[in-house]
Design a protein around this ligand. Structure first.
Ligand SMILES: [Zn+2]
Length: 446
């Protein structure tokens, strides 16, 4: 067992002192937990001890292994007896390269080089890990920045959450991911990376294959307009049925899941009917949408935190958004949560996702409070951020629970998140792959 050196005490230090994991000989680590939620969705165990070897859980013992400690002579003991231990959290929807928005994001697009974005992505990834999120799914960036970061984390070159990456998001010309939206016509060639735009089924098949060729894990598309699309083209369906069907069939040929940005119900329906794997945002869900979720088994990723991002930016600068975008932002603030309220009692499968990038990186856990506000129990919200998200990401055999064979990705909090999800906003202890990334004393008053 080794620790990152120097041990990072705060997010502020992360950029200055990026921690690099070092290969170490195999050692046994015992994590003593005050309470252990080893399988979210089921009741927590009382006092327990996790036995960890080579970055994986090998055994879960009841109690604090008093008499059995002799069996583990030489093991490192991590004392979390005063804390509540649970699996590392999973955010199914982030954009690590940035967390600016509105007009500022538009400027960034013409000012920042891919290299500058890569440094931002690393800092944001480490803020995310420090917040207790040991796995994320990055749903769209430019220039392959997050793909490179994914590989650097996997290779142990830099510390960060495990990343499932979509490469560039695919949409139609003038759709949500058309980077030239809102810019002068003559900048289109410079800004519009046409390979992620497709019009017609054949072009859409090619757009998917181009992302597959880059080594992406998942395909991200937009079937409707976006709140942050810099034109006033609305939030209804913008991709035709045959285009969506061609994308889904092609992605599934290569074993890639499809995550769909969709606000309007028409764009949700065309996606679910085509067999996509998740709907992101899903701001308007009518009865037909809910029935299609049930039939298809697709996940709903509500991304309620976007509203926090909008409200904070507008509080800092009332002109943070152009008028066309502002109208959509105001609508999204007004209706957020309505769809989740309808989806929960209908048994729709829900995975935790924030759209961090629109909201601030490192504040991912704010989503829990909103999920509970709009109809989920704390236990359901925790399952959404662990077992459900692991299933959606195709990582159910690796993460999401703390059972023998799974990665030793875990966090500890002061307080019981099943009573109060806001304790997840302050995560003092984070371990990823058996390596301690963060270990802070209990905060005063907790
Ligand atoms: Zn997004």
């Amino acid at each position: 067992m080794h620790r990152f050196a120097p041990l990072l005490a705060s997010a502020a230090l992360l950029a200055a002192a990026p921690a690099v994991p070092q290969a170490q000989p195999s050692r046994t680590v015992l994590v003593q937990a005050g309470q252990l939620l080893d399988r979210p969705g089921q009741a927590p165990r009382g006092p327990s001890t996790l036995v960890i070897r080579d970055g994986r859980v090998v055994e879960v013992l009841s109690g604090h292994a008093g008499a059995e400690l002799a069996k583990f002579a030489g093991a490192e003991i991590i004392d979390l007896r005063g804390r509540f231990v649970l699996p590392g959290l999973i955010d199914s929807h982030v954009h690590l390269t940035s967390d600016t928005g509105g007009v500022a994001a538009q400027l960034e697009q013409v000012q920042l080089s891919p290299a500058a974005k890569a440094y931002n992505a690393l800092v944001n990834a480490q803020k995310t890990l420090a917040a207790g999120f040991t796995t994320v799914r990055n749903l769209g960036d430019r220039d392959g920045v997050t793909l490179a970061l994914r590989d650097a984390v996997r290779a142990g070159k830099v510390a960060g959450p495990g990343i499932v990456d979509a490469g560039a998001s695919i949409s139609t010309t003038a759709g949500h991911m058309d980077a030239a939206l809102g810019f002068r016509d003559d900048l289109r060639d410079a800004l519009g990376r046409d390979e992620n735009l497709c019009d017609g089924a054949d072009a859409c098949r090619r757009a998917v294959r181009l992302q597959v060729a880059r080594g992406v894990d998942v395909i991200k598309i937009a079937t409707t307009g976006g709140v942050n699309s810099r034109i006033g083209a609305g939030l209804g369906q913008q991709m035709l049925d045959d285009e969506v069907q061609a994308i889904v069939a092609t992605a599934h040929l290569y074993g890639k899941k499809v995550a769909v940005h969709a606000h309007g119900a028409d764009g949700v329906k065309v996606a679910l009917a085509a067999g996509v794997d998740s709907i992101e945002h899903g701001t308007v869900l009518d009865d037909e949408c809910l029935e299609l979720f049930r039939k298809s088994g697709a996940y709903y990723v509500p991304t309620l935190s976007t509203v926090n991002g909008y409200l904070e930016r507008l509080a800092a600068d009332p002109n943070a958004y152009s008028p066309a975008v502002r109208a959509k932002v105001d609508w999204r603030i007004k209706v957020t949560g309505e769809s989740l309220r309808k989806a929960v009692p209908r048994g729709v499968k829900i995975a935790f996702g924030t759209d961090a990038g629109v909201s601030k990186h490192g504040r991912n856990a704010d989503e829990f409070e909103l999920m509970v506000k709009y109809g989920m129990t704390p236990a359901q919200a925790l399952a959404a951020a662990t077992v459900n998200a692991a299933d959606l990401l195709g990582l159910a055999a690796e993460v999401g629970t703390l059972e023998p064979g799974k990665r030793a990705d875990l966090i500890a909090v002061d307080g019981n998140p099943l009573d109060d999800v806001t304790v997840l906003k302050r995560v003092p202890f984070v371990m990823k792959d058996g390596v301690v990334f963060k270990d802070e004393p209990a905060s005063r008053g907790s």
